[in-house]
Design a protein around this ligand. Sequence first.
Ligand SMILES: *[C@@H]1O[C@H](CO)[C@@H](O)[C@H](O)[C@H]1NC(C)=O
Length: 135
Amino acid sequence: MTGGRNSLVVLLVSVPIIFGLSSSVVGRQYKQLATIHVTNSMSKDSGAMQIHCKSSYTDYGMHQVGGGDEYECGVRERALYYCMAISGRRVASWHAFQPRRDRSRQAVYWLVKEDGIFLSWDNSSWVRKSLWETE
Ligand SMILES: *[C@@H]1O[C@H](CO)[C@@H](O)[C@H](O)[C@H]1NC(C)=O
């Protein structure tokens, strides 16, 4: 009886400590340096595309992004992030986050269009950085 109450007290005290520790570890692990935004700006009839972004440490996997839709993912390490887009038989890949180029930017915007892949830091002025390749 007494033993049971003691272990309940131990449980009530230790559970918040364990949760507190794990959430601070998670908090550190997922602290974001920047956000990568990728918008599918292809013509309506090209349909959905596949977007895959990764660094050497983080792999976000393949995601389907419909026409006009935006995909976003976080930059978790000061490392090079690549994104790849697949639309029909065409493939494009580019440096979505480049530590030296993007330095302290909070957001890096990408537009995936028929005539290439465009970069912006303010989501309004765009520079073409990559082209499509036919598979
Ligand atoms: C970027 O601009 C487009 C077009 O104005 C807008 O639809 C979109 O929501 C903006 N993205 C962000 C993350 O602000």
